[in-house]
Design a protein around this ligand. Sequence first.
Ligand code: NAD
Ligand code: WQD
Length: 342
Amino acid sequence: MERTKILVTGGAGYIGSHAVVELYQAGYQPVIVDDFSNSQESVMAGLRAILGVSVPLHRIDCNDVEAMRAVFAEEGSLRGVIHFAAYKAVGESIVKPLEYYQNNVGSLLTLLQVMREFGVESLVFSSSCTVYGVPDALPVTEQTPTKKANSPYGATKQMCEDILQDVAAAPAVALRAILLRYFNPIGAHDSALIGELPLGVPQNLIPYVTQTAAGIREKLTINGDTYDTPDGTNIRDYIHVVDLAKAHVVAVRRLLEGKAAAAVETFNVGTGHGNSVLEVVKAFEHATGQRLNYTIGPPRAGDVPAIYADVTKASTELGFTTTTSLEDSLASAWKWQQSLNR
Ligand code: NAD
Ligand code: WQD
């Protein structure tokens, strides 16, 4: 039987590549669009090694409307799209806001235009817990009010969510969208053939931790320990990237089976548990047997003291729950780091 084709923009990236694996293994045919602005060709070989087949790839910028039309025309029977492609570095977005608005908002507009032209109605969109800003109460539910974003990156996610609501609500538009608000994805595929490939000095905690353990960085600096949290360090909801990838399969299936309860549905995708930075350090040491050199530094500008997800909606409506523990997630991140050093 022919596989149902799903276009995966940003499918060569960190989360996208893991979603490609899960989609294929669930019986779909992922088709990747990526311009490799933040990924490497080696990802394609990793996917081939895991799946035993080559995943179709279109190396284009998804802001390029003609190139996108050509992909939809050539592929012929796309049933849905997962739109991962975006720039994602919060700090960089403050320095290069125009590039972030252009790429993140512009690519969604182009995609929606081409989807309409080709009659493709189902979209899963990568949103982020960043839309909640500093929440007034924890855990955050999908009803928790969004706050003014503290970076252009965060603003692009809010704008994209608003655009999708407006487009899906318009008369005579057949769009169905599921917005997944990811919390903090970490770890790598168990094969250690794909994982996160940060360019330069990592800004995110887990790649910094694994590079420190590998001796690439001298020590981890914990960004402040005087927050109003039990041990004074920030709390986040760390979700294993393969668990997160599986949420996309569930969302795609729901859209294609016509089971969505509204034109746009929004789901938190996290574990429902918060862990402090110090707890992550301890869990990493316990899971890997590595001692981690760390120091306490000043707070990082713009950091949210604590955020974690209420996952009731994803659990009851999507039937989605995570299965990987924090320690297993960290062990997979370490295995991936070691594979890079070989
Ligand atoms: P990533 O940078 O690893 O992957 C994004 C991919 O999109 C890269 O392969 C990049 O080359 C590609 N890309 C970017 N702009 C493109 C364009 N115009 N045309 C074609 N390809 C393009 O990032 P990721 O961590 O996998 O994140 C995927 C999505 O999830 C992004 O939308 C991101 O904002 C969102 N998100 C990520 C996190 C996180 O912590 N990683 C958290 C919440 C939301
Ligand atoms: C986690 C915790 C840091 C590095 C970012 C984006 C968010 C979303 C996920 C896309 C924080 C602390 C970090 C270090 C540290 N992305 N830390 N020392 O900031 O929760 O979220 O990625 O949508 O929008 O903002 O993730 O991994 O950067 O930080 O102490 O060297 O680790 O201060 O408390 P964050 P992170």
